[in-house]
Design a protein around this ligand. Sequence first.
Ligand code: ADP
Length: 182
Amino acid sequence: MIAIYPGSFDPITFGHLDIIKRGAHFCDRVIVAVLRNPNKTPLFTVEERLAQIRLTTRHLPNVEVDSFEGLTVTYAQRQGATALLRGLRAVSDFEMELQMAHTNKTLSTQLETVFLATSNEYSFLSSSVVKEIARFGGPIDHLVPKHVAESIYRCYAKTHPVSALTEPTLAEAEPPTRMLHE
Ligand code: ADP
């Protein structure tokens, strides 16, 4: 079974990684697909997010990373996928996710949405929460991979130099140029 795991991943968190790992366990291939959404103003470009996800999942041989625009269903059909992976954190996710699953079912009866319940320790975790903590100089190393944490701090150091510079890892971190453009 080929599954698509679509989302914004701005940036990827340990919550996303948990879903990817568990998906990769029962799917032949998981394609993590970053949606190119012109209506959103993300912290990271699509190319930066692709590089972050590739680095984060490089130890998972049946996981691929790609981007797409337009309908998820159309992209999934093009990839020969039969499942869409989505994570559920709380009841608040459920309504929107169910509506999306029903909508997608009207577009393709061949594609099943598979929901994975979040692992307990990540039930509160979202990309927005991580950005909010980092913006005020709080610790995020337990929420995202180290290379992602460093990139986030670098972004906020430009706009919030005082709070971000209190983070010790910042001084040690090298510019991400090579990592993000691999
Ligand atoms: P979107 O912008 O489509 O919500 P996200 O990048 O926020 O994209 O999330 C992609 C998917 O990952 C969604 O199904 C979301 O519910 C799921 N997800 C995000 N964070 C977690 C988490 N901590 N635990 C489980 N699933 C998660």
